[in-house]
Design a protein around this ligand. Structure first.
Ligand SMILES: [Zn+2]
Length: 139
């Protein structure tokens, strides 16, 4: 983390605003542009936070539906109304949440460093990127 980054509350959600959430994270994040078959189609680029830093707001839960495939480990959640994946539960981080950085309301994300995650070669990419550490709470 660089010195001018600080921890802030990001608010965001889907396009129709049926799904809203808040997440406590740095104002400077690393976002993963993943080329797995699902993220590639969705164009999903996400940053990962510990699950305890993420909270669904209001009655968001009832608008969320989930798609799984392959190992069915990742829970690709999306809004039933508008179809947007504003967050999901990634295979790489069972203790974390992947936040679609473009779904964060404007103003709180100061910088986004895009990194490439080779989701098509999931096993090797998982080891090489160190992505699993991103859902650990920084002490
Ligand atoms: Zn929606």
């Amino acid at each position: 983390m660089d010195s001018d980054s600080k921890t802030v509350v990001h608010i965001g959600g889907c396009h129709c605003k049926s799904v809203r959430w808040k997440v406590v994270a740095s104002s400077s994040v690393v976002a993963w542009e993943c080329n797995c078959s699902d993220c590639y189609m969705r164009g999903n680029t996400h940053f990962i936070v510990p699950a305890e830093r993420f909270e669904l707001l209001g009655d968001s839960e009832k608008f969320i539906t989930t798609y799984t495939f392959g190992t069915h480990t990742a829970k690709h959640t999306f809004c039933k109304v508008c179809g947007i994946t504003s967050f999901y539960y990634p295979r790489s981080n069972p203790d974390g949440v992947a936040i679609t950085f473009k779904c964060v309301d404007p103003g709180t994300l100061k910088s986004v460093e895009i990194k490439h995650a080779d989701g098509r070669n999931w096993e090797s990419a998982y080891l090489q990127t160190g992505i699993a550490s991103y859902s650990k709470v920084q002490k």
